[in-house]
Write a protein that binds this ligand. Structure first.
Ligand SMILES: Nc1ncnc2c1ncn2[C@@H]1O[C@H](COP(=O)(O)OP(=O)(O)OP(=O)(O)O)[C@@H](O)[C@H]1O
Ligand SMILES: [Mg+2]
Length: 227
């Protein structure tokens, strides 16, 4: 049996008013691969990521996950798919400030019905894998940027998603911290077999990918092997 792509975007068009954010963008993501989306500011990287994740609906074109057409699903079907199969890491973690770090990581499990004890045990394991076990009891406002991003990565991976979407996950960190976050993130994602779609401006971050796709003027212009 030949392997099928996990996620396919075909001929996506999307306008924000007069602005053409996506102009015939197409991309395939294969199971377990790490793909870096590169390209100039305003070229459509975040928009493409949000369409692939079913957060934004394109004006036309198709996004399919495991052959299921996201663009034809109802909003509630799409959010169920996001909760069950996808994980997210954003530039500024976006952790819940009122919860401790371990509670933040446990949250996706709690929301899908896992008991408190079990959820906390699993969350604690993930914090340790990301080498931030020591901040478990702190709130996000009490940890450093790099620690916060590692907590955000733990939260994205805790429910064992098939795809993790990351939009400049190290964009707010200095290069040393960024490097450590990327190393731990990609190692953990590869361990679980999750595919990663990673938006970045930095060649150093893209070097962790299997493949680079360059977005220009709303279109995926080139795809080259990073290594
Ligand atoms: N919500 C929005 N409303 C209006 N225009 C938007 C919106 N989101 C994005 N755009 C526009 O769509 C285009 C693509 O934006 P997008 O955020 O995808 O770029 P990007 O490649 O992620 O840029 P950056 O590297 O700066 O994050 C830009 O011209 C942007 O100004
Ligand atoms: Mg962006």
């Amino acid at each position: 049996m030949t392997e099928q792509p996990l996620l396919v975007a075909e001929g996506l068009h999307l306008h924000f008013g007069e602005t053409k954010a996506l102009d015939d963008a197409s991309l395939h993501i294969w199971p377990g691969e790490v793909v870096a989306l590169m390209g100039p500011s305003g070229s459509g990287k975040s928009t493409l990521l949000h369409c692939l994740a079913g957060i934004l609906q394109p004006d036309s074109g198709r996004v399919a996950y495991h052959g299921r057409d996201l663009t034809a699903m109802s909003d509630s079907e799409r959010s169920a798919l996001r909760r069950g199969e996808f994980g997210f890491v954003f530039q500024f973690g976006q952790l819940v400030p009122e919860l401790t770090c371990v509670e933040n990581v446990a949250l996706p499990l709690r929301l899908s019905g896992t008991g408190r004890r079990e959820a906390h045990r699993t969350a604690t394991d993930w914090l340790e894998r990301l080498e931030v076990g020591d901040v478990a009891g702190k709130r996000p406002g009490q940890v450093s940027g790099g620690q916060g991003q590692r907590v955000a990565v733990a939260r994205a991976l805790v429910s064992r998603p098939r795809v993790v979407f990351a939009d400049e996950p190290t964009g707010a960190l200095d290069s040393l911290n960024g490097e450590l976050v990327m190393k731990l993130f990609i190692t953990a994602a590869r361990d679980t077999g999750a595919a990663v779609v990673l938006v970045t401006h930095e060649a150093r971050v893209a070097a962790y990918s299997d493949r680079e796709a360059v977005v220009r003027d709303g279109r995926v212009r080139e795809q080259e092997h990073a290594r």
